[in-house]
Design a protein around this ligand. Sequence first.
Ligand SMILES: [Zn+2]
Length: 414
Amino acid sequence: MTGNKVLEKLLRMKGFRITWFAIYERKKEISVGVKPHKTGCRCPLCNRRGKIVPVVQNTREWRDVIMCGMKVTFYYPPKEIICATHGRIQEVIPWADAYARVTYRFEYLMLMFAQMMTQKAATQLLHMAKSTFSDLLHRAIQRLRAGHRIRDLKSIGIDEISYCKGKKYATVVYDLDRHCVVWIGRGKGRETIDEFFLKKLSKQQRTRIQRASCDMSETYIGAIEDHCPNAVLVLDHFHITKALGAAMDEVRKEEWRLADKSGKEALKGMRWLLFMHSSNRTKRDTRLINQLKKSNRRIHRAWVLKDEFAQFWEYVNPKSAENFLRAWMTAAMKSRIQPIKDFVATLRKHLPYVLAYTGTRISNAVAEGLNRVIKIVKNRASGFQSLDAFSDLIYLVVGDVDIPEQIPSRFRTL
Ligand SMILES: [Zn+2]
């Protein structure tokens, strides 16, 4: 077997050939001259042989995967051909996309690594600079998602998300049935979410949406009311709980500011205890909270209200759920604690959408699936400076398209 053949086997180059190669030990590089087919050049659209246009073409380079610690680069000047059907066109390059600077195999590895590990680890394994990595990743993801249309969307969730260390916002739209992200847009205003409904969905698709879920923001509620005439809107369980928790924490902070030294001492370390779900509490925790009842009535009152509210999610019968919630709201208003009263005002305003939970049950499983996705998204997002880099990873990890699967199957090797 000749050297070329051995290398062809090692690089699994079925369908294309090696014309020459050179190994540079010091630079840890292998340069490989490649050729798409044994004979002739083929059209990328119909795969028929075409007549070569007699002009000198520039040699292009493609990065391939690392082999035994050596960087592998392919070299070839792609020809222009005249196809009987498609006219003048660049010949097909079997190992890479028409304009890519890396091979399909490299792209596949890059996508898999980006899913599995930090960017830093991925760039080390692939022997490349971080900026090159994110640039290549962005191009690959853009291309592999291009032309993708949203299909069969029946249950949607809309949420805002911050990136660039909490300084900027984006809107994320989820498919609640499939537990994935279908769209990400810059900003969190009405124009952002309108862009999704008007540009990404047809009128028919909008009328087919049956369930929708979002937080208590007027923007998203208004958009769902306007664009999804047949959807039952349910305010997200997780977001409501979070808003109530924030109200309670507001009370704790106020009290902390007003407290004297011994009062501060008593409040120390209470934060996590106050947020804890009742089922996780130990006897000692309960004792601590009972002490609070004597030392700080206001926080204790807020905490009791928060704890009682959690029962609302357990109700199965809509009428009982409504009775419970109304009674709870009356009690909460009587507490005369401003942050809690503000929370009640928001609840009242959107009451039908809060009560809808019991009847429709955008079920817990779905809500939890959604929250799991949100968590992944948020963990990934915080460090990102640009929306592009952020949405690339979201689409890659929890998007509605399996991006690595879009690479031709024979190049999907890890
Ligand atoms: Zn053709």
